[in-house]
Write a protein that binds this ligand. Structure first.
Ligand SMILES: NC(=O)c1ccc[n+]([C@@H]2O[C@H](COP(=O)([O-])OP(=O)(O)OC[C@H]3O[C@@H](n4cnc5c(N)ncnc54)[C@H](O)[C@@H]3O)[C@@H](O)[C@H]2O)c1
Length: 288
């Protein structure tokens, strides 16, 4: 398919990906990618019904060939102005190994493939997590997570079988790596006249967010949200709005950085106890 117009690529058509596609799609051709064909089909159907021009491609972001094929398809369709990478797995959904493969390796593969697919003037956004901000790694490991070639990234000893205690630790490490690889990738993207940034969401009302709130860390997450500056869970559109800003004309001097969109959770962790004493309780289920 060769249309020649503006192309917006969205990976992951869960809660955030769908909200991003809704906001950024009009006026462009949307290229949607998800490993789950049912999720992909439903998203494409819903967006078409809203009048959007949509092409879908089943894609496993942890598979190099699958990601390369997505990038080629995007280039054939036209000018790849925007990439928003939301595909991912959370600690309650997946094993340590799957989290490293999809969240860490998958993001590195997407950054590599789209570094040569993005159009001059274009912009990319990778969805990381506030978990990455909350769990910085030791400086030497951070350097290696940022710069190790993607082909050998999973060979780092710190990522070997048994080296990571649990899914939550794997997720924090993978999401920190996302922030670091985006920072490193911004130089290469810049050589093409393109920008790339990450967004680190807090607790967002999607099926993933709801699953995490019901999981073993749910109570802790609820109390962190309750003591935050906003005292609320985020909506998928809170993230889509940030993605619109980071891919749009208001942010042309912003690249290689991370935007924390967490309702103030991380900031509140350092706040004096007396300021957060009257926090309001967060509902036990998200409303997504
Ligand atoms: N929801 C939250 O509270 C929250 C908080 C911080 C960060 N995040 C991150 O935001 C991103 C989007 O999360 P969401 O809340 O929209 O989740 P979601 O579960 O609603 O959507 C994620 C989508 O990714 C797809 N996916 C999973 N593995 C894939 C693979 N290998 N290849 C292609 N697609 C794959 C899933 O099929 C799903 O449609 C994720 O990276 C997640 O880690 C979410």
């Amino acid at each position: 398919m060769s249309e020649g117009g503006r192309v917006v690529v969205v990976t992951g058509l869960g809660g955030m990906g769908l909200a991003v596609a809704r906001r950024l799609g009009p006026g462009s051709t949307l290229l949607l990618a998800d490993v789950n064909s049912a999720t992909l089909g439903e998203a494409a159907h819903a967006l078409r019904a809203e009048g959007q021009r949509v092409v879908e491609q089943e894609t496993d972001v942890s598979d190099e060939r699958s990601v390369a094929s997505l990038a080629s398809a995007a280039m054939e369709m036209g000018r790849v102005d925007v990439l928003v990478h939301t595909a991912g797995l959370s600690p309650v959904q997946a094993s340590v190994e799957a989290i490293l493969r999809v969240d860490l390796l998958g993001t590195a593969l997407v950054l590599d493939a789209f570094a040569s697919a993005i159009a001059p003037g274009g912009a990319g956004v990778v969805v990381a997590s506030m978990a990455g901000t909350m769990f910085p790694q030791e400086a030497d490991l951070e350097r290696r997570l940022a710069t190790t070639p993607t082909a050998t990234l999973l060979d780092l000893p710190e990522l070997s079988e048994g080296a990571i205690a649990d899914q939550g630790s794997a997720y924090g490490l993978a999401k920190r790596a996302n922030q670091l690889r985006v920072r490193a990738a911004s130089v290469g993207w810049g050589r093409r006249g393109a920008r790339v940034n990450s967004i680190s969401p807090g607790v967002i009302s999607t099926s993933m967010g709801a699953a995490e709130l019901e999981g073993t860390s749910g109570q802790l997450m609820r109390s962190m949200v309750a003591r935050s500056g906003t005292g609320r869970i985020g909506t998928p559109d809170d993230i889509a709005a940030a993605a619109e800003f980071l891919t749009g004309p208001q942010s042309t001097f912003i690249t290689g950085t991370d935007l924390l969109v967490d309702g103030g959770v991380v900031a509140s962790l350092a706040a004096p106890e007396q300021l957060v004493g009257s926090a309001t309780p967060v509902p036990s289920r998200s409303s997504a």
